[in-house]
Design a protein around this ligand. Structure first.
Ligand code: NAD
Length: 296
């Protein structure tokens, strides 16, 4: 079997086209354009790249953005004060604090200081909690984007065995919640693995759908899965590559070439999950502007 490719770039473009149309309609009804405020603490080059990609994509659909650059020496108190000012600014619909934060800052505290009604990343405990009890919420962008991919390609999730490798607050855990809820999107039987799982192959070999978000290049190999599995590779890892101009290339957590012979569907890296994450951020920003999740 040679896998069919899940083309995240293509689906993200279709999603963005729809969001652009929705933004145009919203503005033509006399509303101002949605506004996303980005905060970057420090100068991490990877964070700068992600922020550029997100703000460019927002501009492309008519969402306005502003990026505040704050020093990596900033205290937690000063940062929370800055966030509080944005929380109470009616011209801002969505707030994104780019992670990771400098080590002296707690991401939990910082995320919790964001007004949950502006938490377009979907990381605030209020939004994660509502996700867990099937209430309308800002869904964490990466897992929400993965569900959109399943929808686009009519990949059935209901009653399948979905295995999620990785249990972080931003990808693995919300993914497992979305897949496992029986009243909304997922309806799958869900297993979640992490670095303390003994013998992950025991679980991955039984997966109908395998979602991998561990940040470990080459973690999942062909012998660890069954024929026909659907593979979603969330990982983005830089590995040295002398043949490229930058001296590195991006790879996922899965052995793409080996798995292509066995999987029914597979995402490439790059061009799989990444573009959908950005598209879902824009979708959440528009929902925030419209106050669709939390009406006044
Ligand atoms: P994280 O480091 O916060 O969490 C990693 C998770 O993987 C943890 O739960 C850990 O226990 C688990 N893990 C690590 N090694 C493991 C192993 N050998 N076996 C089983 N589980 C293991 O990472 P994260 O923020 O969730 O990101 C994971 C990966 O996804 C990274 O490569 C990141 O760059 C990428 N990512 C991609 C997107 C996207 O849009 N494509 C978005 C977010 C993160």
């Amino acid at each position: 079997m040679t896998s069919q490719i899940i083309d995240g770039k293509k689906v993200a473009k279709l999603t963005r086209d729809q969001i652009r149309e929705d933004v145009e309609n919203w503005v033509s009804q006399g509303n101002r354009a949605p506004f996303l405020q980005v905060l970057q603490i420090g100068t991490d080059p990877a964070s700068s790249t992600y922020i550029r990609a997100k703000t460019r994509a927002c501009a492309d659909v008519g969402i306005e953005t502003g990026t505040k650059h704050l020093p990596d020496t900033m205290s937690a108190k000063d940062l929370k004060h800055e966030i509080h000012k944005i929380n109470t600014d009616d011209s801002v619909d969505g707030i994104l604090v780019q992670l990771p934060l400098p080590s002296h800052l707690s991401s939990h505290d910082v995320i919790e200081s964001i007004d949950y009604r502006k938490d377009v990343d979907g990381f605030h405990p209020m939004n994660v909690g509502r996700l867990a009890v099937d209430q309308p919420t800002f869904k964490s962008c990466t897992p929400a984007g993965i569900l959109e991919l399943f929808k686009h390609y009519s990949i059935q999730v209901k009653s399948k065995h979905a295995v999620v490798v990785g249990a972080s607050n931003i990808v693995g855990s919300p993914m497992a919640i979305m897949l496992s809820r029986e009243n909304s999107s997922g309806k799958a039987t869900t297993t979640i693995c992490h670095k303390y799982t003994k013998d992950i192959t025991r679980h991955t070999i039984d997966a109908d759908i395998l979602i991998v978000a561990a940040g470990q290049p080459g973690l999942i190999k062909a012998e660890m899965v069954k024929e026909g599995v659907v593979i979603i590779d969330v990982g983005i890892n830089r590995v040295a590559d002398e043949t490229t101009e930058k001296g590195y290339k991006l790879v996922g957590d899965c052995d793409f070439e080996g798995l292509r012979e066995k999987a029914s569907w597979i995402t490439p890296v790059p061009g799989g999950v990444g573009p959908m994450t950005v598209a879902m951020l824009m979708k959440n920003t528009l929902l925030a502007a419209k106050k669709s999740i939390y009406p006044d």
